[in-house]
Write a protein that binds this ligand. Structure first.
Ligand SMILES: C[S@@+](CC[C@H](N)C(=O)[O-])C[C@H]1O[C@@H](n2cnc3c(N)ncnc32)[C@H](O)[C@@H]1O
Length: 221
């Protein structure tokens, strides 16, 4: 694919997401973030191969808009992403994406490597000046954000993080991931882990901190 087509991919994504903000400074931040994701991680090439990458970014951007309003307000915030994705993560058979512009289900993703579940949320947060911390069992070795490899299926896996130390956090798509469903085929066991993740989320958030998204909350309340 030539350079013009790559630039087109980026422009289309920026045009799709810009209406989330009326303020030109916020739109400018968004455009800079998308460009940085392309420069550092080859975003446009990945969107060309897997268009669903753009939908995942739309979903994550929508979550930030919903939780914080302005992107500029993220500067300096410490944000935990539980099961943040990695450079070795696999895709489930069906991927449901709730973007600010509607819900969609991605076509069957590749069985092996997929760019869908690289750690896009933490990468976006770094570009926006936040201080993300990602936890996952996959490969995060070359990532620029603070990251920890942990088995979230083990009780107490997040105990090493100090209590009330995060301004915001999310857990997203751990429970339906192929790695997790293989580890915990019984739904009762998955619910047990969801209860533990919720306990940790309550423990780790600062008073008044923001729960950006929690599948665990949807599962166990
Ligand atoms: C589908 S990806 C989700 C990525 C991103 N959070 C999102 O919403 O798009 C699921 C992630 O959960 C991680 N994972 C699955 N089981 C895990 C476990 N027991 N401990 C830690 N991470 C796990 C996988 O490595 C993968 O990166």
């Amino acid at each position: 694919m030539d350079t013009n087509l790559h630039a087109n991919q980026l422009d289309q994504l920026i045009d799709r997401l810009s209406p989330l903000w009326a303020d030109p400074r916020e739109r400018n931040l968004l455009a800079k973030m998308v460009q940085a994701l392309d420069d550092r991680y080859g975003l446009s090439g990945k969107m060309a191969l897997e268009p669903g990458v753009a939908d995942i970014l739309a979903q994550m951007t929508g979550r930030l808009a919903g939780a914080f309003g302005n992107l500029s307000g993220l500067r300096g915030l410490k944000i935990l992403d539980i099961a943040c994705g990695s450079n070795s993560s696999r895709a489930p058979a069906a991927v449901h994406v709730n973007t600010p512009f509607g819900k969609l289900t991605l076509g069957r993703p590749p069985k092996g490597y997929t760019a869908l579940f690289e750690p896009w949320f933490c990468r976006m947060l770094i570009e926006l000046g936040a201080d993300p911390v990602g936890v996952d069992m996959g490969d995060l070795e070359r990532e620029a954000f603070t990251h920890h490899r942990a088995d979230l299926g083990q009780p107490g896996a997040l105990d090493f993080l100090p209590e009330h130390s995060f301004d915001a956090l999310q857990d997203s798509r751990l429970f339906g991931s192929p790695e997790f469903t293989a580890q915990f085929p019984r739904s009762a066991d998955r619910l047990q882990v969801a209860r533990e993740i919720r306990r940790q989320e309550r423990r780790l958030l600062k008073p008044g901190g923001i729960l950006i998204h929690s599948d665990a909350l949807d599962l166990v309340g």
